[in-house]
Design a protein around this ligand. Structure first.
Ligand code: ACO
Length: 332
């Protein structure tokens, strides 16, 4: 990044998860699976599920309100709101516009970013560019997904993995040492069909057949996704570190997208850091898509694992396929 530009600094952080817990024991009653299989193959013990009367924008608003409060920023001061989601309230308009209305972000531009599980990285990188160039001084970045709405609870390959949640940060310019040091974004569109929702878009609009054939639910080639994920997350981690002018030995803590504990372990081994330096909460929330990195970041800050001056590496991987990393120095 150009040194004479300001850095984008996270001045507020907030999260939200629904109260309802779906345990592995609950899933044992729904599909042919076991707690032992799910724990060993994924590291997930339980996940949160959104109630019927809530939607993605409601979770986004809950998380964003906390982030705004922590930053001491009024909704009317926000100039841009970005929502990373693949489970927007509507196909259109954007969930960012719905959030804008609900939060009273009267002066903001608003748009969504659909990079799935690496959406938080893509949105944070986008917000960073606007702050660094001086185009906007107060940007709200949200990662929120009600992925349970797309999960087929008859498909044991996918229903054990996912959970709902939201996380949000406020970005503002800073001229000190703290802030976002690098952003790295990459994708490989040849992997589109490894993880996708076949129907509901322009290619296969909703029909009675598409519904009865369960084509509106997530379809995933788990093995193929798994193979690509560890490699891509490793590349993202190394590139974000290199672009920040740092070595992997400089990483204080890594906050990975929480897709599968075995993917995280494989990536960590390749990067050459220890699991003690990695934030893991997949056991309690599963894969919350665009929310996961923010949820783990917030938890690490709340529990004191991250302190001012720490070099924090965020790494995401998701459908598309998409992946990316952000290196930041924590603190205002
Ligand atoms: N319970 C019991 N058995 C199961 C279950 C389950 N919940 N799910 C699958 N199995 C079976 C399979 O049917 C298969 O049986 P078979 O050999 O008779 O066909 C067997 O277990 C092994 O299947 P694998 O797919 O090889 O199992 P694997 O160890 O790869 O674990 C998993 C599956 C957990 C899905 C893994 O592949 C994975 O995590 N992949 C990555 C998925 C991921 O990260 N997706 C999200 C990406 S982020 C985003 O953008 C949303």
């Amino acid at each position: 990044m150009t040194p004479d530009m300001p850095k984008a600094v996270i001045t507020g952080l907030g999260t939200y998860v629904p109260d309802r817990v779906l345990t592995n024991a609950d899933l044992e009653k729904m599909v042919d699976t076991t707690d032992e299989w799910i724990m060993t193959r994924t590291g997930i013990r339980e996940r949160r599920i959104l109630p019927d009367d809530m939607t993605t924008s409601d979770m986004a608003v809950e998380a964003a309100a906390k982030a705004l409060d922590q930053a001491g920023v009024k909704p009317s001061e926000i100039e841009l709101v970005l929502v990373a989601t693949v489970t927007g309230d509507y196909v259109f308009p954007s969930t960012a516009c719905v959030v804008q209305e609900k939060l009273g972000l009267s002066q903001a531009g608003a748009f969504d970013i659909g990079s799935s599980c690496s959406g938080f990285i893509a949105a944070l990188s986008t917000g960073t560019q606007f702050v660094r160039t001086g185009a906007f001084k107060k940007v709200l970045v949200i990662g929120a997904d009600a992925i349970s709405r797309l999960v087929d609870y008859q498909d044991r390959n996918t229903c054990v993995i996912f959970g709902d949640g939201a996380s949000a940060v406020v970005l503002e310019p800073g001229t000190g040492e703290n802030g976002i040091l690098s952003c790295y974004i990459k994708s490989d569109g040849t992997g589109c069909k490894h993880l996708f929702q076949p129907a509901g878009g322009a290619k296969q609009p909703p029909t009675i057949d598409s519904v009865t054939q369960r084509q509106h639910f997530i379809k995933m080639d788990g093995r193929e996704t798994f193979k690509k994920a560890a490699k891509a997350m490793t590349q993202a981690a190394l590139e974000a570190t290199r672009l920040a002018g740092l070595e992997t030995s400089d990483i204080d803590i890594m906050i990975p997208h929480q897709a599968n504990i075995r993917i995280i372990q494989a990536a960590v081994q390749r990067i050459g850091i220890s699991m003690d330096q990695v934030s893991v909460n997949i056991d309690r929330y599963g894969n919350t898509v665009a929310a996961s990195i923010g949820l783990a970041l917030d938890e690490s800050v709340q529990t004191g694992r991250i302190e001012a001056g720490d070099r924090v590496l965020l790494v995401g991987f998701g459908a598309g396929l998409t992946w990316g990393g952000i290196m930041l120095r924590w603190g205002i």
